[in-house]
Design a protein around this ligand. Structure first.
Ligand code: FA5
Ligand code: MG
Length: 458
């Protein structure tokens, strides 16, 4: 279970990061070859001019439209349906119809405004960095979270909805990390009449609050200065009732998925778009594992979307993480497999009956190291970003790379040049690879590194 722990530590620094980082020289240096060095990219029917921000790779773009979360009998589709059905049942209107609507085919190409600005993510927040996102150009990127669609849907008049889709984040490679994974996000807005149905004297907003927020797009200080009790505009009663409802529903979902005896805990956290904010963790195989982030929506976001008389909660969760536990799927890359030996194991006939994954067979790994000198004056994270190297490896070798790790860094005392060593573990999901075959791929990675990063192989 070490893997799952790693996964939590690494990812707690993403969208919810407390670290604020100025852009570094590493960003300037990250240049990934765009498909065929085009100056324009055609993506999902849109045409985008490339610029110095462009870092999407052809390999990453192949994931658009795969819609694994909608593929019949796919484990991600089964999880999606379980979540949707739970919400359909949990919230109904007077006629007995589901209150929530579901958006699961929204275009993953979004603007910087949708992914960050609309959600009040500070302009120097670490999650905006080129080294963390797949940018199409300075204004467009592949969404890094499904929360990117929140404001457009609220502006369109919706008040109870779920968004499901794949998200894209630049990352290292191992059995629990893949640069494309799936999220489900939800928003629920309620008015005073609804929230205080049984306590009509209570108010959503503080009497002393003027109704306007002086500087709504101001950059909030980091979390330790953020009041985890409530936003200044809200009354404590409103926040507490919303918190109670949200936590009740999310614990209900967790029990629906993992059984009534699942151990869980709430952990205070920080997101730029919610206040207060929490993460829900479940106890699984001797470790606490984060399954979702949630909170009371920042009122400025609602105001910008034209909603003035409601309070809302929102959450976002990862589908792979749930599916890996529920189906006992050991490797995140399996979700992209087209092997019938994998796909035929799951069925959505009976959504309550989840079958455990049975490994088809075990194929041996092949491990090769690659060491090179960085160009003069370039160092790790100062002119050379390991994430750029991971992308290059993925572009050249595809899914036969199981894991890459930076095993050694070293600075020559005389020349001042830096050397790095990466360990690449190769393993095919469906067959044994020969050493000759691995060597050839490894050589191609070395050649591409020389070309792209101007390094010298040792
Ligand atoms: C977010 O993405 C926020 N947008 C969630 C949110 C929405 C908070 C609305 C508040 C309101 P975070 O980066 O922590 O936060 O990811 C949310 C969830 O996605 C995690 O709890 C986890 O379940 C899943 N997740 C994140 N990174 C990965 C990953 N690399 N692999 C698998 N699942 C991941
Ligand atoms: Mg998180």
């Amino acid at each position: 279970m070490k893997m799952l722990l790693t996964l939590r530590t690494v990812h707690s620094a993403r969208i919810c990061s407390r670290r604020l980082l100025a852009s570094s020289a590493a960003e300037e240096a990250s240049k990934i070859v765009t498909p065929n060095n085009q100056s324009q990219l055609e993506i999902n029917g849109g045409t985008y001019a490339t610029d110095s921000w462009t870092n999407v790779t052809p390999k990453i773009l192949t994931h658009l439209g795969m819609n694994k979360h909608l593929q019949q009998d796919h484990p991600l589709s089964i999880i999606r349906q379980r979540i949707v059905n739970y919400f359909y049942a949990a919230y109904r209107n007077q006629r007995g119809n589901p209150l929530f609507s579901v958006y699961d085919k929204l275009n993953p190409v979004v603007t910087v405004q949708q992914n960050f600005d609309n959600l009040l993510i500070p302009s120097d927040h670490v999650s905006r960095q080129k080294s963390d996102c797949y940018y199409i150009n300075e204004q467009h990127l592949l969404r890094a979270h499904t929360t990117a669609h929140q404001v457009e849907l609220i502006s369109g008049g919706l008040d109870n909805f779920l968004v499901v889709g794949e998200v894209y984040r630049r990352d290292e490679i191992d059995s629990t990390h893949y640069p494309v994974f799936h999220q489900a996000d939800a928003v629920r807005l309620v008015t005073k009449d609804k929230l205080f149905e049984r306590n009509p004297g209570l108010e959503l907003f503080e009497e002393t609050w003027t109704g306007s927020i002086a500087n709504p797009k101001r950059i909030l200080p980091s979390s330790k200065f953020m009041d985890q009790t409530k936003q200044p505009c809200h009354t404590l009663e409103a926040v507490k009732l919303m918190e109670h409802e949200m936590k009740h529903v999310l614990v209900g979902l967790t029990k629906d998925l993992f059984g009534p005896r699942i151990k869980y805990r709430w952990v205070d956290t920080y997101f730029p778009f919610t206040q207060p904010s929490w993460e829900l963790e479940i106890y699984f195989k001797d470790n606490w594992l984060e399954v979702l982030g949630c909170g009371i929506m920042r009122h400025e976001i609602l105001q910008h979307a034209g909603v003035h008389q409601s309070i809302g909660y929102a959450f976002g969760l990862g589908l792979e993480r749930l599916a890996m536990i529920l189906f006992d799927i050991p490797d995140i890359r399996l979700f992209w497999s087209n092997d019938s030996g994998f796909l035929s194991q799951f069925s959505e006939q009976d959504l309550q009956k989840l079958t455990k994954y049975k490994p088809i067979s075990h194929y041996p790994q092949c491990t090769n190291d690659l060491s090179f000198w960085l160009p003069p004056d370039v160092e790790v994270n100062e002119g050379f970003s390991p994430n750029d190297f991971y992308d290059l490896v993925r572009s050249v070798a595809g899914d036969v790379v199981e894991q890459i790790s930076l095993v050694d860094k070293f600075k020559h005392p005389k020349t001042g040049k830096s050397s790095v060593c990466f360990r690449i573990v190769y393993r095919h999901m469906e067959r044994t690879m020969t050493q000759a075959e691995v060597n050839e791929i490894h050589k191609n990675i070395a050649d591409a590194s020389v070309e792209q990063f101007n390094v010298q192989i040792r």
